[in-house]
Design a binder for this molecule. Sequence first.
Ligand code: PXL
Length: 275
Amino acid sequence: MKQKRLVTIQDLSCFGKCSVTVALPVISALGIETVVLPTTVLSTHTGEFKGYTFHPLHNEFHRIMQHWKSLKIEFDAIYVGYIGSGELIDLVSDFIDEFKKENTVVFIDPAMADNGKFYSGLDRDYAKKLSSLCKKADIISPNMTEAMILSGNKPENYKDTSMLEVIAKSLSDICNNVIITGVHNEKTISTVAYEKGSATLFSAEKPLYNGVFYGSGDLFASAFIGKYLCGMSLSDATKSASDFVNECILCTLDERDKYWYGLKFEQCLPSLINK
Ligand code: PXL
């Protein structure tokens, strides 16, 4: 069987179980060669940790890209996550222009905000650039806060789902396939998928647990793109990835105090493979 090759472009948060440290194990476990191109190196992720180090890799990013170009490396998918600076967004845009071939799937998780607020150090100017980058994607997966920002609504209203359908449809003008994670209902949380032109939204609903679960968006995105590249449809991959994240949360609850910064996903990988 032909093996697929994906490159993931996002930060390396050395401690914290997000971005590259999630994408690499999850996507590899699904049988896909996973190449990484780090945008920024941080000591930890930026949520709740204080005093983290942050080192953007502009020069290195360009040099890596040039080397890969000379090697004529090709990818079946380009998966972009947290980038970290406007300047780096320009470089990621150049990367997509250079490496997207006819059959390359471009998947962008516009990671910039959650729970009604921008991540530390990011703002509306960053969001504007990221929104432009999303036009180059085949699939985007904002969480509800990011969906509010990208559709010109107030991020703090992320729990207001009355406009969900309108927002999903307006985002499909940026990119044909839209997945919105973290859609709050009264006692549940859903992930919805919308394909431009379709009459309905697909929704995967799960129990709502109290608190913030760092890395859950990255786990979703990694499992989703892995399953999608394995041949699942947009909605089946959305359901499978959402089942996986729910399982990771359940597995973490018994040691929640110790793992406040990330989910115990490692023990759930075997069941993801078999889903
Ligand atoms: O999980 C999203 C994410 C990725 N990368 C960095 C982050 C966060 C969320 O806080 O800080 C550096």
